[in-house]
Design a protein around this ligand. Structure first.
Ligand code: PPE
Length: 279
């Protein structure tokens, strides 16, 4: 297929969580809207509506009988004409679901993970669009991940072409200093739905969140650092490039936000009922 040859697909990563009322997909419509936005950026005409794919996602979870799962909608260019021009290729959509526990291990969620600044750079926005989740774009993340894992780390932070912290291979990053949270702006990072969720939860706690350019040394001397993603959820960072971050364990604010996040996705709080779609 065109997508297999050229990496021309777009995709989403979504989670469904068990709640007292059964399985509930977290921020489903927001994810499907982002999928359509990714497709728009690449000029892929998805032959379905947002509502179609919302319904198809719910049905896929239902018929697979999994309350807790990861969901992977994938828009790909199927069998058709070869060559760089994607326009003649048919547009297909698949949705897969599978049980997927913690992304970087239960110990990572509880005690934090160890990171390395990658020698690979994040995309220049005029080379690869940061707002899109394009399949081929992930070669960049995969190379950074391999480098980090081979060097004995759990994850990598990629710097933007300008040399500022952008994001991890599949997560947005936050640091905490003197009670204020900082996160990179979106000029070289994905507009993460977990990022937006955590920012909302922080505002509930009255915590100021600032989006700005962040240098690597600001992470070294942060009081706390953590990263967010659908797969990774809220994971503390305990070390970067051999420097212990804060007290070298899950920080107090990270712990509060993590608790709020897990309570939210499991439907244990009353706020934002619109974020949970029962299957
Ligand atoms: N940055 C990148 C590059 C990224 O891939 C993700 C999601 C995020 C930030 C966080 O976005 P959000 O999930 O909306 O909070 N990465 C997905 C892919 C993970 C994978 O291994 O595949 C995910 O978390 O589902």
């Amino acid at each position: 297929t065109h997508t297999l040859h050229y990496g021309s697909g777009v995709f989403e990563g979504i989670r469904c969580y068990a709640t007292s009322q059964g399985g509930a997909v977290f921020r489903l419509t927001d994810h499907i809207v982002r999928l359509f936005n990714s497709a728009k950026i690449f000029m892929i005409d998805v032959p379905f509506t947002v509502e179609d794919l919302v319904e198809a996602t719910k049905e896929t979870v239902r018929v697979n009988n999994v309350d807790e799962c990861y969901i992977r909608p994938l828009v790909y260019l199927g069998y058709g004409e070869m060559g760089l021009n994607p326009l003649p290729a048919p547009v297909n959509v698949s949705i897969a679901v599978w049980p997927w526990g913690t992304y970087l291990g239960d110990d990572g969620i509880a005690n934090g993970v160890r990171l390395k600044i990658s020698s690979w750079q994040r995309h220049d926005p005029n080379a690869m669009p940061p707002a899109a989740k394009g399949t081929g774009m992930y070669i960049n993340s995969s190379m950074a991940k391999v480098e980090a894992v081979k060097a004995g780390y759990d994850e990598a932070i990629l710097l933007s072409p300008q040399g500022y912290v952008s994001e991890c291979t599949g997560e947005n990053i936050f640091i905490v200093r003197d009670g204020v949270m900082y996160t990179p702006d979106l000029t070289s990072a994905l507009d993460g739905i977990t990022r937006a969720t955590v920012m909302q939860l922080a505002s509930e706690l009255g915590i100021k969140v600032v989006e700005k350019r962040i240098t690597r040394d600001e992470v070294y001397i942060a009081d706390e650092a953590f990263f967010t993603g659908t797969a990774a959820e809220v994971t503390p960072i305990r070390e970067l490039d051999g420097r212990r971050i804060g007290n070298g364990a899950r920080g107090p604010l990270t712990t509060r936000l993590q608790t709020l996040y897990f309570d939210q996705v499991h439907g244990r709080r009353k706020q934002y009922p619109e974020w949970l779609t029962l299957v």
